[in-house]
Design a binder for this molecule. Structure first.
Ligand code: AMP
Ligand code: MG
Length: 413
């Protein structure tokens, strides 16, 4: 049995991210949400695109107004009004000002903006009642970003903030990593799809639905191989199809069930017969001990998750999720993420294996508390999984974390 952190390190080392030259596609900006940039982005535009006003006020020549004060306001002639979106027509001369609005282009000759609040308008004239600082309230062209520089680096996820940047920069087409394909199969004679009437002994293949949702949530495409009976030949043929290129076409194969020590647990034997190299056969964690990880000569990764729905989800969150994120081209932040929270009730383990307790992170007065749901924490019970967004971790050797004490929580979802 491997300690969890060793298993994690092995999995991370097995994952070779997608190739930024080959594994890419060009997409339009409106379709970019959640995708990962494969190439850095540059823009042909400066930001700001031109010198413009940061205030509603008056564009002036600093020389004209530098001695202004309440007792001796400077009087300037207003020669033009420049709303946002218009090109100024005139050139400011001695004693002149232009009425200007936020975002509008600074007219030639002006070097400073006086904000409206320290002025007084009298028809075509404006009184400047306080001296501005030279250059004040002018957003200088290219002061935020210079055309040709790197605007966004490769390896980041495109979300609303990035979409705003890309749209403003007129980057309408992007090179992103292709979507990963993840094959999902469930093993077990007892399993049926959600729509079937249950015969004695049957249960619904809930893992398939849950794993599909998890994979899709990560932006990958789930390829379902459905339910495979506990029949060595059929299971072997299905796994072979899933791992082979181009037939299966999956980057990662995930199965659930059939990795324990029972008579009908064929997965390990089949992986061996298909030249899979075993990297993990069991992990010192609870639940999740039977986790099996193998790599095939064509570099495809195989995750054999335990069948119990709780164990399948927990091993997915702990190991498969970071692997999918790394493989998908994310440059960083793909590792499992933990936070510290206050245990809202005592947390117990037998101390023999690293123990994962599922529950809910709740914000109480701005601090995270970890709340254990009602019902039993056994891997056969999936009913109290609902609302899980964190897994409290009790390290090997820790039998108790008292109520109110700090606990490390893996953030899931
Ligand atoms: P196994 O690892 O195949 O021995 O399965 C362990 C437990 O998980 C058994 O009670 C199975 O019935 C259950 N199980 C296995 N696969 C699934 C699945 N896809 N969906 C729901 N429960 C499952
Ligand atoms: Mg089984």
């Amino acid at each position: 049995m491997l300690p969890v952190n060793e298993a994690e390190a092995i999995i991370y080392s097995l994952v070779q991210p997608l190739d930024s030259q080959v594994d890419t596609e060009i997409i339009d900006l409106p379709a970019a949400s959640g995708r990962i940039l494969a190439k850095p982005i540059t823009s042909h535009l400066d930001f700001p695109h031109w010198d413009n006003s940061a205030m509603d006020g008056y564009a002036v020549r600093y020389e004209d107004v530098k001695n202004s004060n309440l007792e001796n306001p400077t009087v300037l002639q207003i020669i033009e009004e420049i709303p946002a979106g218009y090109q100024p027509k005139s050139v400011l001369q001695l004693g002149q000002a232009a009425r200007i609005f936020t975002g509008a282009i600074i007219p030639t000759g002006a070097d400073t903006i006086v904000m409206q609040e320290v002025t007084h308008r009298e028809e075509n004239r404006v009184l400047i009642k306080a001296a501005p600082k030279q250059g004040e309230f002018i957003r200088k062209k290219a002061s935020y970003y210079q055309a040709g520089d790197i605007l966004l680096p490769a390896g980041i996820v495109i979300n609303a903030p990035e979409i705003a940047v890309l749209a403003a920069a007129q980057c309408n087409q992007l090179c992103v990593y292709r979507k990963l394909k993840v094959a999902i199969l469930s093993t077990g004679d007892e399993l049926v799809t959600v729509d079937k009437t249950l015969q004695p002994g049957q249960i619904v293949d809930s893992n398939n639905y849950a794993l599909t949702a998890l994979v899709q949530h990560l932006g990958a495409e789930a390829i379902s191989y459905g339910i495979v009976p506990d029949n060595e030949e059929v299971l072997k043929a299905t796994i072979e199809q899933a791992i082979s290129k181009p037939l299966g076409g999956a980057d990662i194969v995930i199965s659930s069930g059939g990795v324990s020590v029972g008579e009908y647990d064929y997965v390990e034997k089949i992986l061996e017969s298909l030249d899979g190299k075993f990297h993990i056969r069991s992990v010192a964690m609870k639940p999740g001990k039977p986790l099996t990880v193998a790599a095939f000569p064509n570099s495809k990764l195989y995750f054999g998750l335990p069948g119990n729905p709780v164990s399948a989800l927990i091993t997915f969150w702990r190991f498969v999720q970071p692997a999918i994120k790394k493989l998908s081209g994310l440059a960083d932040s793909w590792q499992a993420a933990f936070i510290k929270a206050k245990a809202s009730s005592e947390l117990r383990s037998d101390g023999k294996r690293e123990t994962y307790i599922w529950g809910k992170l709740e914000l109480v007065d701005g601090e995270y508390e970890f709340v254990v749901p009602g019902g039993s924490q056994v891997s056969g019970n999936l009913i109290n999984l609902a609302q899980t967004n964190g897994l409290a971790v009790l390290p090997t050797g820790t039998k108790l974390i008292s109520q109110g004490k700090e606990v490390r929580v893996l953030i899931v979802r």
